[in-house]
Design a protein around this ligand. Structure first.
Ligand code: GP9
Ligand code: MN
Length: 644
């Protein structure tokens, strides 16, 4: 009997070669950060998984020649896709997205420099495609396969199982990777370039279809609601209090209200911020709520710039970064303001570079603008103290008046800090997260104190107002046991959980003299109308859902993204209405329930919170409509309230 040497089918050879090449590009040509061996492993696996998934499709072609044709064209087209991303990456340090392909200016930039981005050795990049081409022509009979149906199904099942395994590891490494629509680098790192492109395509078509069916007819209804239920008539007594001044907005990473005027191990956590709560030039808002969804910092930025709600799924910065908006930077530009953001992180994180263009922010000082070394970094990157230090020169070079936003980084989960930067000891509980939170908060507090001094030394302080706002919580409900111990409570109730969403907000106006602690219920949605009012700018025709925090005619509640709310009198969460003062549930009103049931307007149990719940739901859905339908593109704000 003649022994027949087993041959490896071409689709497997192609998958291995292609996977290897893609891995090589990920590892050595893209600058992908790998923090641990799990990430190394995922990055190694995913090119092979997606290559196998694509090439294994070939087994379904019955004719050998078709099978071979599929493999060689897939290898060629796949190589072009990777290569196009590589060239794009060399220019933009980013991966191609579908909207970007249509973004004229970016592509024009690339067009002129494309030749300088292609290297002679890039030719090697197509070596595997050439080899496959050759083999597919010459060895057709030997390398093709004729699997029975069960074999084909097996090949398909194998590739799907591999894909599921890859996604499982990715979810473990980066929870909610897909729903949070995270950074593109995260997506490529975890699921690979090809799956990333498929994901991008799905997200894109979904949002596009909602956009396509919108025609602007929805606007008058929304406008009417806002005029009737949101906008206040008249100006607050702080209108124009900062007219013509620079606005320095500090997004304080993960800063929560519970640390303010509080202690750990017998020491003040935030001595500088505590001093601001008593400062005569500072208004401190102690009942100010974060309203972010899955987009964390970027959601808080979105709320601040637009006074619209972020989305319930994903990060609006990512999913609707290409929309038209009528954001704060755009409005104040007409009054002569320049705008910028300073943040020592990758510019594509949260798709900031894309969204900032849409918000009409003039300049983004990203990580490239900073000198970042091993010594001056910790955790997520550049430490806050060198960040502020290195930023002063940029402030000095800015055209005044300016509106600029600083986004700090050191007080970010998992709250790492070098020994030399620790001024206070960690807390002692079963949660390392909460324990380590205190020293990093203190570090940020010190960085802010130094920054105030640097602003004075640079001669910028006097002509500026400084706003400090916590962007979102840093300690999640997972740490409730430790949190209740720290707060000296038996447990954290749902009511307490909502109260823990408070983040500090300070408005510091040098020379004001009337500063005080403000107890009104306020939130991130209020920042845009507040800043406009402080600058003495009226934006009557604008569409937004917040109020000037200094107005006494505010709508009186703050809606959370999940439909919960905090009003002057109540806190509504998990469908239960709590008295805001006592934290006790409010009795249900059965009489009112009957009346509403007759009218057929109310579905859930009626209680004191119901009328506001209804408003909250309306507001959230109007805000969603504005974003999903990209409705701002239909409004010409230059010509008051006309629909384009
Ligand atoms: C990173 C910064 C922090 O750029 O936005 O990330 P987040 O708080 O959004 O996870
Ligand atoms: Mn953040």
């Amino acid at each position: 009997m003649k022994f027949k040497r087993p041959t490896i089918p071409l689709y497997i050879i192609a998958a291995l070669l292609f996977g290897l090449k893609t891995y090589f590009v990920y590892r050595f040509m893209f600058d992908i950060e790998l923090d641990n061996s799990m990430q190394e492993l995922i990055l190694f696996i995913n090119p092979f998984v997606s290559a196998f998934l694509i090439f294994a499709i070939s087994v379904w072609f019955n004719k050998r020649s078709r099978q071979m044709k599929f493999i060689r064209y897939t290898a060629l087209i796949g190589s072009f896709v990777v290569f196009a991303n590589l060239v794009f990456y060399r220019q933009f340090t980013d991966f191609i997205t579908i909207p970007q392909l249509f973004m004229g200016s970016n592509m024009a930039d690339l067009g002129s420099s494309i030749l300088t981005l292609i290297m002679p050795y890039d030719i090697l990049f197509f070596a595997d495609a050439v080899l496959i081409w050759y083999l597919s022509k010459k060895q057709e009979t030997k390398l093709s396969v004729a699997y029975p149906k069960s074999g084909k199904v097996f090949a398909l099942a194998m590739s799907l199982a591999l894909l599921a395994g890859n996604f499982f590891l990715a979810e473990m490494e980066r929870p909610q990777l897909f729903t949070r629509a995270f950074d593109r680098e995260y997506l490529v790192k975890n699921i690979g370039l090809f799956n990333y492109h498929v994901y991008d395509l799905v997200v894109h078509s979904k949002t596009e279809s909602q956009r396509v069916f919108a025609d602007g007819n929805e606007i008058p209804e929304i406008q009417e609601y806002i005029n009737e239920h949101v906008k206040v008539t008249g100006k607050s007594n702080m209108f124009g209090a900062a007219e013509g001044k620079n606005v320095i907005f500090i997004n304080a990473e993960s800063l929560q209200q519970f640390v303010i005027n509080n202690e750990v191990n017998g020491e003040e956590v935030t001595p500088f911020l505590n001093s601001l709560t008593e400062d005569e030039d500072t208004y401190y808002f102690e009942n100010f709520y974060e309203q972010t969804g899955q987009g964390n910092t970027s959601d808080s930025e979105f709320l601040v710039e637009n006074s619209l709600y972020p989305l319930s799924r994903g990060a609006v910065f990512f999913t609707h970064g290409g929309n038209e908006y009528h954001a704060l930077p755009e409005i104040i530009k007409e009054e002569g303001y320049t705008s910028s953001v300073l943040h020592a992180n990758n510019k594509s994180f949260w798709n900031r570079d894309g969204m900032y263009d849409s918000l009409e922010i003039d300049h983004f000082y990203d990580e490239v603008a900073y000198e970042i070394t091993n010594e001056n970094s910790v955790g997520w990157g550049l430490k806050d103290k060198p960040f502020f230090e290195q930023s002063i020169k940029y402030l000095q070079s800015m055209e005044q008046p300016f509106y600029t936003k600083f986004i700090t980084l050191t007080n970010h989960f998992p709250f790492e800090l070098d020994e030399e930067d620790k001024s206070i000891d960690p807390y002692d509980s079963n949660s390392n997260t909460l324990n380590n939170y205190f020293p990093t908060v203190r570090y940020m507090d010190e960085a802010l104190e130094d920054f105030f001094e640097q602003l004075k030394d640079a001669g910028i302080y006097e002509d500026s107002i400084i706003i400090i706002m916590g962007d979102h919580i840093g300690i999640s409900a997972n740490h409730n046991r430790a949190m209740s111990m720290y707060l000296d409570q038996d447990e954290i109730t749902p009511y307490d959980q909502v109260q823990l969403l408070r983040v500090p907000m300070f408005i510091h106006i040098p020379g004001d003299g009337n500063g005080k602690v403000m107890s009104e219920v306020t939130g991130q949605i209020d920042m845009k109308p507040t800043i406009l009012s402080l600058l003495g700018i009226e934006a009557e025709d604008d569409l937004y859902f917040g109020n000037d925090v200094f107005s006494d005619k505010r709508k009186g509640y703050i809606a959370l993204r999940n439909g919960d709310f905090i009003s002057d009198d109540y806190v509504s969460t998990y469908g239960i209405c709590y008295d805001r003062e006592t934290g006790e549930p409010v009795e249900e009103d059965s009489e009112e329930l009957d009346t509403n049931a007759e009218e057929g307007t109310q579905t859930g149990p009626v209680n004191a919170c119901s009328p506001i719940t209804e408003k909250v739901e309306t507001e959230l859905s109007y805000s969603d409509n504005l974003i999903y339908g990209d409705l701002f593109r239909f409004i010409d704000f230059g010509d008051k309230e006309t629909v384009k």
